[in-house]
Design a protein around this ligand. Structure first.
Ligand code: GDP
Length: 196
């Protein structure tokens, strides 16, 4: 479990991120997927990541220091309905630069809303990770928002799509920031990743 989490720095330029002198794990997902809530739940710090960033806000790569030992990175969300083409292109460049060049990156946790049918934008992003060789795991969010059966059904449907694309099921976690579900499993996985 994470004992200590502190905000370090925000950047728009991946090259200006902190020296890659320790292991790092990034979190990404569609805006409103519950990324900030999940980061806050995992770290036990209520307002560490800012919830519900608005589309107008600058898109930043946020570094947090975890247990004085590794970095957790909150990446700007994708899939804002009203984002300009220019902003979308900037996001893509920043994210692809970061994910493909960050030397100390152990993996990216891709958040998927457990309430929804598989979304093209999520599948495209995961496919891109596969093509670029960016190691990822999937965290399904907001599991408390519907019945356990419905969550399981949606998770299964999404995983089947991934099997179609990759031929195997990736590491995945079913979480609820509201209920603390998945905290131990996902934290354990993060620690395994940074210890490899
Ligand atoms: P972000 O834009 O991905 O950082 O998403 P936020 O963390 O700001 O969450 C978006 C909205 O979903 C907020 O209103 C949260 O309170 C809500 N939310 C996030 N996680 C959960 C969850 O696990 N359960 C429930 N019921 N609501 C959640």
């Amino acid at each position: 479990m994470i004992r200590k989490a502190t905000f370090l720095v925000s950047n728009t330029d991946p090259k200006k991120c902190p020296k890659p002198d320790r292991a790092e794990i990034a979190f990404i997902g569609r805006s409103n997927v519950g990324k900030s809530s999940l980061i806050n739940m995992l770290t036990g710090v209520k307002e560490l990541a800012k919830t519900s960033q608005k589309p107008g806000k600058t898109q930043l790569i946020n570094h947090f220091t975890i247990d004085d030992r590794w970095y957790l990175v909150d990446l700007p969300g994708y899939g804002f309905a009203k984002v300009s083409k220019d902003k979308k292109v900037k996001w893509e460049k920043m994210i692809s630069d970061y994910l493909t060049n960050r030397a100390n990156l152990c993996g990216v946790i891709v958040l998927i809303d457990s309430r929804l049918e598989p979304q093209t934008i999520d599948l495209e992003f995961l496919n891109w990770c596969g093509e670029e060789g960016v190691p990822f795991a999937v965290a399904f969010t907001k599991a408390d928002k519907q019945s356990k059966t419905q969550t399981e059904k949606n998770v299964r449907t999404f995983l089947n799509k991934l099997v179609e694309i990759f031929g195997e099921t990736p590491d995945y976690f079913v979480t609820s920031a509201e209920k603390g579900q998945g905290k131990e499993e996902l934290s354990g996985f993060l620690y395994e990743l940074v210890s490899e």
